[in-house]
Ligand binder design. Structure first.
Ligand code: ATP
Length: 320
Protein backbone atom coordinates (compact mmCIF):
# COMPACT_ATOMS: atom_id res chain seq x y z
CA UNK A 1 0.00 0.00 0.00
CA UNK A 2 1.40 3.36 -1.05
CA UNK A 3 -1.56 5.72 -1.07
CA UNK A 4 -4.59 5.75 1.17
CA UNK A 5 -7.78 7.77 1.04
CA UNK A 6 -10.12 8.91 3.77
CA UNK A 7 -13.78 9.93 3.54
CA UNK A 8 -16.64 10.73 5.90
CA UNK A 9 -20.14 9.54 4.95
CA UNK A 10 -23.71 9.71 6.29
CA UNK A 11 -24.50 11.96 9.26
CA UNK A 12 -21.63 14.04 10.62
CA UNK A 13 -20.44 13.58 14.19
CA UNK A 14 -18.10 15.51 16.49
CA UNK A 15 -14.75 13.72 16.58
CA UNK A 16 -14.69 12.89 12.87
CA UNK A 17 -12.00 15.55 12.43
CA UNK A 18 -9.84 13.91 15.09
CA UNK A 19 -10.14 10.61 13.19
CA UNK A 20 -9.27 12.27 9.86
CA UNK A 21 -6.26 13.95 11.46
CA UNK A 22 -5.05 10.63 12.88
CA UNK A 23 -5.41 8.86 9.53
CA UNK A 24 -3.46 11.62 7.78
CA UNK A 25 -0.69 11.98 10.36
CA UNK A 26 -0.20 8.26 11.05
CA UNK A 27 -0.40 7.54 7.32
CA UNK A 28 2.26 10.12 6.47
CA UNK A 29 4.54 8.95 9.27
CA UNK A 30 4.22 5.41 7.89
CA UNK A 31 5.52 6.72 4.55
CA UNK A 32 2.15 6.74 2.77
CA UNK A 33 0.53 9.40 0.64
CA UNK A 34 -2.87 10.39 1.99
CA UNK A 35 -5.75 11.77 -0.03
CA UNK A 36 -9.00 13.21 1.24
CA UNK A 37 -12.18 12.34 -0.64
CA UNK A 38 -14.64 15.13 -0.02
CA UNK A 39 -18.42 14.67 0.47
CA UNK A 40 -18.35 10.91 0.99
CA UNK A 41 -19.20 8.53 -1.82
CA UNK A 42 -20.89 11.39 -3.72
CA UNK A 43 -17.57 13.25 -3.88
CA UNK A 44 -15.78 10.03 -4.84
CA UNK A 45 -17.99 9.65 -7.91
CA UNK A 46 -17.30 13.30 -8.79
CA UNK A 47 -13.56 12.84 -8.22
CA UNK A 48 -13.54 15.48 -5.52
CA UNK A 49 -10.17 14.27 -4.24
CA UNK A 50 -7.52 16.39 -2.54
CA UNK A 51 -3.99 15.78 -1.27
CA UNK A 52 -3.74 15.81 2.50
CA UNK A 53 -0.63 16.97 4.32
CA UNK A 54 0.23 16.99 8.01
CA UNK A 55 -0.48 20.76 7.95
CA UNK A 56 -3.86 20.34 6.27
CA UNK A 57 -5.15 18.70 9.43
CA UNK A 58 -3.65 21.13 11.91
CA UNK A 59 -6.02 23.05 14.16
CA UNK A 60 -8.97 20.70 13.54
CA UNK A 61 -8.94 18.26 16.46
CA UNK A 62 -11.08 20.63 18.53
CA UNK A 63 -13.60 21.33 15.76
CA UNK A 64 -16.97 19.61 15.31
CA UNK A 65 -18.24 18.46 11.91
CA UNK A 66 -15.90 17.14 9.24
CA UNK A 67 -13.45 19.28 7.26
CA UNK A 68 -13.82 16.99 4.25
CA UNK A 69 -17.63 17.29 4.33
CA UNK A 70 -20.10 14.42 4.27
CA UNK A 71 -23.01 13.39 2.06
CA UNK A 72 -25.37 10.61 1.14
CA UNK A 73 -25.22 9.16 -2.36
CA UNK A 74 -27.84 6.91 -3.92
CA UNK A 75 -25.80 6.26 -7.07
CA UNK A 76 -23.20 4.50 -4.92
CA UNK A 77 -25.81 1.92 -3.86
CA UNK A 78 -25.82 0.59 -7.44
CA UNK A 79 -23.21 -1.89 -8.75
CA UNK A 80 -22.37 0.59 -11.55
CA UNK A 81 -21.76 3.36 -9.03
CA UNK A 82 -19.55 1.11 -6.92
CA UNK A 83 -17.52 0.02 -9.96
CA UNK A 84 -17.11 3.66 -10.99
CA UNK A 85 -15.95 4.47 -7.45
CA UNK A 86 -13.38 1.65 -7.45
CA UNK A 87 -12.12 2.76 -10.89
CA UNK A 88 -11.73 6.36 -9.71
CA UNK A 89 -9.82 5.22 -6.61
CA UNK A 90 -7.47 3.18 -8.83
CA UNK A 91 -7.02 6.11 -11.20
CA UNK A 92 -5.81 8.14 -8.19
CA UNK A 93 -3.59 5.22 -7.08
CA UNK A 94 -5.61 4.88 -3.86
CA UNK A 95 -5.24 1.26 -2.80
CA UNK A 96 -6.48 1.63 0.78
CA UNK A 97 -9.53 3.53 1.99
CA UNK A 98 -10.69 4.60 5.45
CA UNK A 99 -14.46 5.17 5.61
CA UNK A 100 -15.84 7.02 8.63
CA UNK A 101 -19.62 6.70 8.98
CA UNK A 102 -22.51 4.49 10.00
CA UNK A 103 -23.88 1.11 8.92
CA UNK A 104 -24.84 2.37 5.45
CA UNK A 105 -21.33 3.65 4.86
CA UNK A 106 -19.94 0.27 5.98
CA UNK A 107 -22.01 -1.37 3.24
CA UNK A 108 -20.29 0.87 0.73
CA UNK A 109 -16.87 -0.02 2.15
CA UNK A 110 -17.74 -3.69 1.88
CA UNK A 111 -18.68 -3.29 -1.79
CA UNK A 112 -15.38 -1.53 -2.53
CA UNK A 113 -13.45 -4.28 -0.73
CA UNK A 114 -15.19 -6.77 -3.03
CA UNK A 115 -13.87 -4.74 -5.98
CA UNK A 116 -10.27 -5.00 -4.79
CA UNK A 117 -9.87 -1.78 -2.75
CA UNK A 118 -8.63 -2.45 0.77
CA UNK A 119 -11.09 -0.80 3.15
CA UNK A 120 -11.30 -0.16 6.89
CA UNK A 121 -14.40 1.47 8.40
CA UNK A 122 -14.69 3.54 11.58
CA UNK A 123 -17.96 3.92 13.50
CA UNK A 124 -18.89 7.60 13.21
CA UNK A 125 -22.36 8.49 14.49
CA UNK A 126 -23.81 10.31 17.48
CA UNK A 127 -26.54 7.65 17.76
CA UNK A 128 -24.36 4.79 19.13
CA UNK A 129 -26.49 2.50 16.93
CA UNK A 130 -23.65 0.40 15.52
CA UNK A 131 -23.93 -3.13 16.80
CA UNK A 132 -20.28 -4.21 16.86
CA UNK A 133 -19.12 -1.49 19.24
CA UNK A 134 -19.86 0.02 22.64
CA UNK A 135 -18.52 3.38 21.47
CA UNK A 136 -19.11 5.44 18.33
CA UNK A 137 -17.33 8.65 17.37
CA UNK A 138 -19.55 11.58 18.40
CA UNK A 139 -21.83 9.94 20.95
CA UNK A 140 -20.00 11.30 23.96
CA UNK A 141 -20.10 14.89 22.71
CA UNK A 142 -23.74 14.63 21.63
CA UNK A 143 -24.92 13.14 24.89
CA UNK A 144 -23.07 15.82 26.87
CA UNK A 145 -24.64 18.54 24.70
CA UNK A 146 -28.09 17.03 25.26
CA UNK A 147 -27.46 16.74 28.99
CA UNK A 148 -26.47 20.41 29.28
CA UNK A 149 -29.50 21.50 27.26
CA UNK A 150 -31.84 19.46 29.45
CA UNK A 151 -30.28 20.99 32.59
CA UNK A 152 -31.24 24.41 31.21
CA UNK A 153 -34.79 23.38 30.37
CA UNK A 154 -35.08 21.90 33.82
CA UNK A 155 -34.26 25.22 35.52
CA UNK A 156 -37.11 27.01 33.81
CA UNK A 157 -39.40 24.01 34.10
CA UNK A 158 -38.91 23.98 37.88
CA UNK A 159 -39.45 27.74 38.20
CA UNK A 160 -42.77 27.49 36.38
CA UNK A 161 -43.77 24.14 37.91
CA UNK A 162 -44.15 22.67 34.46
CA UNK A 163 -43.87 19.30 32.85
CA UNK A 164 -41.20 19.30 30.14
CA UNK A 165 -40.90 16.80 27.36
CA UNK A 166 -37.44 16.98 25.84
CA UNK A 167 -36.80 15.14 22.61
CA UNK A 168 -33.23 14.05 21.97
CA UNK A 169 -31.65 12.62 18.82
CA UNK A 170 -30.63 9.02 18.21
CA UNK A 171 -32.83 8.00 15.28
CA UNK A 172 -34.31 4.64 16.22
CA UNK A 173 -31.81 4.08 18.99
CA UNK A 174 -32.48 5.25 22.55
CA UNK A 175 -28.92 5.54 23.87
CA UNK A 176 -28.79 9.35 24.06
CA UNK A 177 -32.22 9.38 25.72
CA UNK A 178 -31.32 6.66 28.20
CA UNK A 179 -28.05 8.30 29.22
CA UNK A 180 -29.77 11.69 29.61
CA UNK A 181 -32.57 10.04 31.54
CA UNK A 182 -30.04 9.03 34.17
CA UNK A 183 -27.73 12.05 33.90
CA UNK A 184 -30.56 14.57 34.10
CA UNK A 185 -32.63 12.74 36.69
CA UNK A 186 -35.66 12.51 34.43
CA UNK A 187 -38.98 11.24 35.74
CA UNK A 188 -39.54 9.30 32.52
CA UNK A 189 -37.26 8.00 29.76
CA UNK A 190 -39.05 6.95 26.60
CA UNK A 191 -36.97 4.87 24.19
CA UNK A 192 -38.11 2.93 21.14
CA UNK A 193 -36.48 -0.24 22.41
CA UNK A 194 -38.79 -0.36 25.46
CA UNK A 195 -41.67 2.14 25.26
CA UNK A 196 -45.09 0.47 25.24
CA UNK A 197 -47.01 3.65 24.31
CA UNK A 198 -48.92 3.55 27.57
CA UNK A 199 -49.39 7.31 27.90
CA UNK A 200 -51.91 6.80 30.68
CA UNK A 201 -49.14 5.44 32.90
CA UNK A 202 -47.17 8.66 32.33
CA UNK A 203 -50.23 10.76 33.14
CA UNK A 204 -50.91 8.78 36.34
CA UNK A 205 -47.29 9.23 37.37
CA UNK A 206 -47.46 13.01 36.88
CA UNK A 207 -50.68 13.23 38.91
CA UNK A 208 -49.19 11.16 41.69
CA UNK A 209 -45.96 13.23 41.76
CA UNK A 210 -48.06 16.42 41.79
CA UNK A 211 -49.87 15.14 44.90
CA UNK A 212 -46.61 14.67 46.77
CA UNK A 213 -45.52 18.20 45.81
CA UNK A 214 -43.04 17.59 43.00
CA UNK A 215 -42.48 20.91 41.22
CA UNK A 216 -41.32 19.71 37.84
CA UNK A 217 -41.60 16.67 35.70
CA UNK A 218 -38.94 15.89 33.10
CA UNK A 219 -39.70 13.42 30.33
CA UNK A 220 -36.81 12.56 28.02
CA UNK A 221 -38.24 11.32 24.74
CA UNK A 222 -36.20 9.61 22.03
CA UNK A 223 -36.34 10.82 18.42
CA UNK A 224 -37.52 7.36 17.34
CA UNK A 225 -40.73 7.86 19.34
CA UNK A 226 -41.12 11.54 18.41
CA UNK A 227 -44.53 13.26 18.62
CA UNK A 228 -43.31 15.35 21.58
CA UNK A 229 -45.63 18.27 20.79
CA UNK A 230 -48.69 16.02 20.49
CA UNK A 231 -47.73 14.27 23.68
CA UNK A 232 -47.38 17.62 25.49
CA UNK A 233 -50.89 18.68 24.45
CA UNK A 234 -52.44 15.40 25.54
CA UNK A 235 -50.60 15.32 28.86
CA UNK A 236 -51.53 18.92 29.67
CA UNK A 237 -55.18 18.23 28.86
CA UNK A 238 -55.23 15.11 31.03
CA UNK A 239 -53.27 16.43 34.02
CA UNK A 240 -53.90 20.16 34.12
CA UNK A 241 -50.12 20.58 34.46
CA UNK A 242 -48.69 23.04 31.97
CA UNK A 243 -46.60 20.93 29.61
CA UNK A 244 -44.04 22.09 27.05
CA UNK A 245 -42.11 20.17 24.44
CA UNK A 246 -38.55 21.01 23.41
CA UNK A 247 -36.86 19.29 20.50
CA UNK A 248 -33.13 19.83 20.95
CA UNK A 249 -32.33 18.93 17.34
CA UNK A 250 -29.14 19.52 15.42
CA UNK A 251 -27.33 21.29 18.25
CA UNK A 252 -26.53 17.72 19.30
CA UNK A 253 -24.60 17.07 16.10
CA UNK A 254 -22.23 20.00 16.41
CA UNK A 255 -19.78 21.55 18.79
CA UNK A 256 -16.27 20.90 19.95
CA UNK A 257 -15.73 17.19 20.63
CA UNK A 258 -15.23 16.02 24.21
CA UNK A 259 -11.87 14.67 25.33
CA UNK A 260 -13.18 11.11 24.98
CA UNK A 261 -14.32 11.65 21.40
CA UNK A 262 -11.00 13.26 20.46
CA UNK A 263 -8.93 10.49 22.03
CA UNK A 264 -10.99 7.48 20.91
CA UNK A 265 -11.39 8.85 17.38
CA UNK A 266 -7.62 9.45 17.20
CA UNK A 267 -6.86 5.90 18.31
CA UNK A 268 -9.39 4.45 15.87
CA UNK A 269 -7.92 6.53 13.03
CA UNK A 270 -4.43 5.31 13.84
CA UNK A 271 -5.62 1.71 14.04
CA UNK A 272 -7.29 2.00 10.63
CA UNK A 273 -3.96 2.93 9.06
CA UNK A 274 -2.18 0.12 10.93
CA UNK A 275 -4.69 -2.43 9.59
CA UNK A 276 -4.25 -1.15 6.04
CA UNK A 277 -0.45 -1.29 6.25
CA UNK A 278 -0.79 -4.87 7.53
CA UNK A 279 -2.65 -5.63 4.31
CA UNK A 280 -6.05 -6.09 5.97
CA UNK A 281 -9.31 -5.21 4.23
CA UNK A 282 -13.06 -5.27 4.79
CA UNK A 283 -12.62 -4.48 8.51
CA UNK A 284 -14.56 -2.34 10.99
CA UNK A 285 -12.96 -0.96 14.11
CA UNK A 286 -14.90 -1.07 17.36
CA UNK A 287 -14.43 -0.62 21.07
CA UNK A 288 -15.60 -3.53 23.17
CA UNK A 289 -14.81 -4.86 26.63
CA UNK A 290 -12.38 -1.99 27.22
CA UNK A 291 -10.34 -2.65 24.08
CA UNK A 292 -10.08 -1.37 20.54
CA UNK A 293 -10.91 -4.31 18.28
CA UNK A 294 -11.64 -5.00 14.64
CA UNK A 295 -14.12 -7.24 12.86
CA UNK A 296 -14.84 -8.39 9.36
CA UNK A 297 -17.47 -5.98 7.96
CA UNK A 298 -19.93 -8.82 7.21
CA UNK A 299 -19.55 -10.17 10.73
CA UNK A 300 -19.98 -6.65 12.18
CA UNK A 301 -23.12 -6.00 10.14
CA UNK A 302 -24.71 -9.27 11.24
CA UNK A 303 -24.25 -8.55 14.94
CA UNK A 304 -27.14 -7.33 17.09
CA UNK A 305 -27.23 -5.30 20.25
CA UNK A 306 -29.83 -3.91 22.59
CA UNK A 307 -29.83 -1.32 25.36
CA UNK A 308 -28.59 -2.86 28.58
CA UNK A 309 -31.64 -3.97 30.56
CA UNK A 310 -29.95 -3.27 33.89
CA UNK A 311 -29.13 0.29 32.80
CA UNK A 312 -32.71 0.79 31.61
CA UNK A 313 -34.19 -0.55 34.84
CA UNK A 314 -31.79 1.58 36.85
CA UNK A 315 -32.99 4.69 34.97
CA UNK A 316 -36.54 3.75 35.91
CA UNK A 317 -35.73 2.99 39.53
CA UNK A 318 -33.92 6.30 39.90
CA UNK A 319 -36.95 8.17 38.60
CA UNK A 320 -39.42 6.76 41.08
P1 ATP B 1 -25.70 7.64 9.71
O1 ATP B 1 -26.47 6.53 10.29
O2 ATP B 1 -24.90 8.38 10.71
O3 ATP B 1 -26.47 8.56 8.85
P2 ATP B 1 -24.83 5.90 7.61
O4 ATP B 1 -23.48 5.64 7.06
O5 ATP B 1 -25.57 4.71 8.11
O6 ATP B 1 -24.62 7.00 8.71
P3 ATP B 1 -26.46 6.09 5.22
O7 ATP B 1 -27.18 7.25 4.62
O8 ATP B 1 -27.21 4.86 5.51
O9 ATP B 1 -25.72 6.67 6.53
O10 ATP B 1 -25.26 5.67 4.24
C1 ATP B 1 -24.33 6.63 3.79
C2 ATP B 1 -23.98 6.34 2.35
O11 ATP B 1 -23.36 5.06 2.24
C3 ATP B 1 -25.16 6.26 1.40
O12 ATP B 1 -25.62 7.52 0.98
C4 ATP B 1 -24.58 5.46 0.25
O13 ATP B 1 -23.78 6.26 -0.57
C5 ATP B 1 -23.69 4.47 1.00
N1 ATP B 1 -24.43 3.21 1.16
C6 ATP B 1 -25.45 2.95 1.99
N2 ATP B 1 -25.92 1.70 1.84
C7 ATP B 1 -25.19 1.14 0.85
C8 ATP B 1 -25.17 -0.13 0.20
N3 ATP B 1 -26.03 -1.09 0.54
N4 ATP B 1 -24.25 -0.35 -0.76
C9 ATP B 1 -23.38 0.62 -1.10
N5 ATP B 1 -23.35 1.84 -0.54
C10 ATP B 1 -24.22 2.10 0.42
Amino acid sequence: IKTIGVLTSGGDAPGMNAAIRAVVRVGISAGLKVKGIRRGYAGLLEEDIIDMTAESVSDIIQRGGTIIYTARCNEFKTPEGQQKGADILRKHNIDGLVVIGGDGSFQGAKKLAGLGINTVALPGTIDLDITCTDYTIGFDTAVNTAMEAIDKVRDTSTSHERCSIIEVMGRNAGYIALWCGIANGAEEVLITERYDHNEQAIIDNILQKKKVGKRHHIIVNAEGIGDSFGMAKRIEAATGVETRATVIGHIQRGGSPTCKDRVYASIMGAKAVDLLTEGKSNRVIGYRGGEFVDYDIDEALSMTKDVDQYVYETARRLSR
